[in-house]
Design a protein around this ligand. Structure first.
Ligand code: NI
Ligand code: MN
Length: 228
């Protein structure tokens, strides 16, 4: 499995024929320099919640590529109502399924998921989540935006190869709580995310790396990591 960091909470995954984006906030992301047409053969787009820095370019990319959007039930339905013809796969918290050979579990996140429109309306965007994604013997966990929860202890039994955890504070866990999360989850390795994109989420990933009980990969934007 290959993991490519696009900045903030956005990642590209490739494993066999499986090509997925998670939280593709690319346009307007001050931390991401890649062009949208780079993703021309996607199979899936995972969206952890409706906030703009996660939903990002999901609709535009899904329209262009035909990729299936995997997200919570309410947001999946909202997206289909907004844009006819999108392929969506709704799930909900705690649900596990196998989709095109990939095992996916939707995990809880302690956060919001409101859809805030340019016209000033706020719609219910369902429950925020994280994802466990398993393919060809490798399992990753993308926590989404979340505070520290005791539920994370349950993730230890999942035997996670790589966990992507937010460390930026203010809207999510900060470094102190992300270290506690790694103590709960006990993944084989961690990638910090959701920091330094905007002023309220400044954090030094190397401070996190020093304090974490498990190995930390501080990924540069546009860097690729291979799980083997
Ligand atoms: Ni958020
Ligand atoms: Mn966010």
């Amino acid at each position: 499995m290959l993991i490519h960091y696009l900045g903030h909470a956005a990642f590209y995954l490739e494993s066999g024929d499986y090509r997925a984006l998670i939280d593709p906030f690319i346009t307007g992301n001050p931390a991401c320099q890649v062009s949208l047409d780079r993703f021309d053969s996607l199979t899936h787009i995972f969206v952890t919640h409706a906030h703009g820095d996660h939903l990002g370019d999901t609709v535009a990319i899904a329209k262009e590529t035909g990729a299936t959007i995997v997200t919570n039930f309410e947001l999946a339905n909202y997206l289909v109502m907004q844009q006819e013809g999108l392929s969506v796969h709704p799930m909900h918290l705690g649900g596990r399924t196998t989709l095109d050979g990939v095992t996916i579990k939707m995990t809880p996140a302690l956060h919001g998921s409101g859809i805030i429109t340019n016209e000033g309306h706020i719609y219910c965007g369902g429950s925020p989540c994280g994802f466990l994604i398993e393919h060809q013997g490798k399992k990753i966990y993308h926590a989404g935006d979340t505070g520290l929860t005791k539920d994370m202890e349950l993730l230890e039994i999942e035997d996670i190869d790589l966990a992507m955890l937010p460390i930026g504070g203010n809207f999510t866990m900060d470094i102190t709580d992300a270290v506690r999360a790694t103590q709960f989850i006990k993944p084989k390795a961690v990638v910090p995310m959701h920091y330094n994109t905007f002023p309220p989420i400044q954090a030094d990933p190397h401070v996190f790396a020093e304090a974490s009980p498990c190995p930390v990969h501080v990924m540069a934007i546009d860097e690729t990591l291979t799980l083997s």
